[in-house]
Design a protein around this ligand. Structure first.
Ligand SMILES: Cc1cc2nc3c(=O)[nH]c(=O)nc-3n(C[C@H](O)[C@H](O)[C@H](O)COP(=O)(O)OP(=O)(O)OC[C@H]3O[C@@H](n4cnc5c(N)ncnc54)[C@H](O)[C@@H]3O)c2cc1C
Length: 473
């Protein structure tokens, strides 16, 4: 970084949002520096599954899915979130998601039409899986940054904005005791999953699980953007929001899915969900059960036959999914006491604090449904089910405790300008991606929601920050 130089735009954080911002600001004619705390660019974006959520894309059309629109995505977004998101931001996301995906594809990110899938609870597939996952996306963006005259400062953590006290305008950042000036600053520092204190303050639902709670993203995602924005007067919105994944806490490794032969029961002894429901909704449903958790029940035949879940074989081989639900691991967890073992369902219920009569009735209905070939209560595919009939019986507690992302953050408008509590724009300050609040709601709309958020608003923030510079020159 050339500290003697005044930049037009400073971008803080070099994940998906920050790289998109830097590229767009540069292409709009601004002199840009991208400052990144880590030793490489990429952030959580590069660690991600690389799924991108969008409607009306060329990939959908190539897969024979015509007629999907931003309007339909917006309606789905708002309905699933019961309108408890900032509508103008959701609208902008839906309107620009397809364009953002084509932009990535133009950089060489491959979205195979055959890999398109329903990544949420939508009826038309909108989950676009990048070949090579988030790593490929990160590499493509990094390549585009490198091709341009964008200064990149790695291993540099920014923790302070420079403010003009008389005008309230942001005019740069302070790094390593040196001031770097600019017409606009874009905060793109990602979420705060790596900061237990901020989890406790802003995402108590995640922090509530104590030592079960762990974060799978970039270790630099400490919420610095929130602190810097707050110091400049920014409003923080989206309390207690993010994406949690469900885990039996066998190991501290990513587990996005559990096999369909598990039977989830709450403490009332009742099933409450199709156990194969999308992770986009699963954590939210489990958290609403008494105690905020549930038990996965299975019998001894299921234990003995437990093999990697075939639907996710690719993810297993790519190392994305742990082998929790296989015989060897289950035996180890039974020995360790994390999986409870009992000779009868009644004993199992008592040991788990579940009502025994209700559990017996739930299992009877489940077994009868399996024989009839129809899950009469939750419509899980019969081929996913296994009877719960052979002693001993087992129960593993499941909690939504893996923090995938956080979505409490800086309040922005659709131009990504950061706002204070009085709806006033904090001049010179922009934010995009996981550091912002109000875009992602109580319900994750599906795999790809967060990367679309990072790319769409990252691009807008770069374009707008460059305009800010032009307006002031
Ligand atoms: C394992 C995993 C899988 C996921 N899979 C998907 C998926 O398939 N689809 C999807 O939509 N979402 C997914 N997500 C979520 C998604 O990846 C993120 O929400 C999104 O990539 C965030 O992008 P971002 O640019 O806002 O933040 P990041 O990509 O995290 O970038 C933030 C950057 O800011 C840097 N930084 C932080 N503080 C400072 C500071 N003070 N100074 C300088 N730099 C700083 C960090 O080092 C980091 O590089 C996944 C997340 C994880 C962890």
């Amino acid at each position: 970084m050339k500290n003697d130089r005044i930049y037009d735009v400073i971008v803080v954080g070099g994940g998906g949002a920050g790289m998109a911002a830097a590229i767009e600001a540069h292409d709009a004619g601004a002199r840009v520096v991208l400052i990144e705390a880590d030793r490489t660019l990429g952030g959580s974006t590069a660690l991600s599954g690389g799924v991108y959520y969008a409607a009306g894309t060329s990939i959908q059309r190539a897969a024979g899915i015509g007629g999907d629109t931003a309007d339909a995505m917006f309606e789905y977004y708002m309905t699933l979130n019961q309108h408890r998101v900032e509508a103008s931001l959701a609208r902008a996301l839906c309107d620009h998601a397809a364009e953002g995906l084509e932009w990535l594809a133009g950089m060489g990110v491959v979205f195979d039409p055959a890999a398109l899938y329903c990544s949420g609870v939508e009826s038309v597939p909108r989950g676009h899986a990048a070949t090579g996952m988030g790593a490929a996306m990160g590499e493509a963006l990094d390549r585009e940054v490198s091709r341009r005259d964008i200064d990149v400062a790695l291993n540099t953590r920014v923790q302070q904005l420079l403010m003009d006290d008389s005008t309230g305008r942001v005019q740069g950042v302070r790094v390593n005791d040196e001031d770097v000036h600019s017409a606009a600053v874009v905060i793109a520092t990602g979420g705060f999953g790596a900061n237990p204190h901020l989890l406790y303050m802003h995402y108590p639902e995640a922090a509530a699980h104590g030592d079960w709670t762990w974060y799978i993203g970039n270790r630099n995602c400490m919420g610095d953007g929130l602190a810097m924005g707050e110091a400049a007067g920014a409003d923080i919105v989206g309390h207690n929001r993010g994406l949690l994944l469900t885990t039996p806490n066998f190991k501290k490794e990513l587990e996005a899915y559990a096999p369909g032969w598990l039977v989830y029961v709450n403490r009332e002894g009742r099933r409450f969900v199709d156990e194969t429901a999308a992770y986009a909704v699963m954590a939210g449903v489990i958290k609403e059960q008494t105690g905020g958790s549930c038990f996965a029940i299975f019998d001894d035949v299921a234990r003995r036959e437990a093999r990697p879940y075939r639907e996710f074989e690719d993810a297993f081989t790519a190392g994305m999914i742990t082998l929790n639900w296989v015989t060897e691991e289950l035996d180890a967890q039974i020995a360790a006491g994390k999986v409870i073992k009992a000779d009868s369902l009644a004993e199992l219920a008592t040991r788990c604090g579940i009502r025994p009569g209700a559990l017996a009735s739930t299992v009877d209905v489940y077994n009868a449904d399996l024989q009839a070939g129809v899950d009469s209560r939750f419509f899980k595919k019969a081929e996913e089910m296994k009877p719960v009939a052979t002693a001993p019986f087992y129960a593993a507690e499941m909690r939504p405790a893996i923090v995938c992302l956080t979505s409490t953050g800086l309040r922005i408008n659709a131009r990504t300008q950061v706002l204070d509590q009085g709806d006033r724009v904090i001049r010179g300050l922009y934010a995009a991606g996981e550091t912002t609040g109000g875009v992602l709601g109580d319900r994750y709309i599906g795999g790809g929601n967060a990367i679309a958020n990072a790319i769409v608003f990252g691009r807008i923030s770069g374009q707008q920050a460059a305009l800010e510079f032009k307006r002031n020159n």
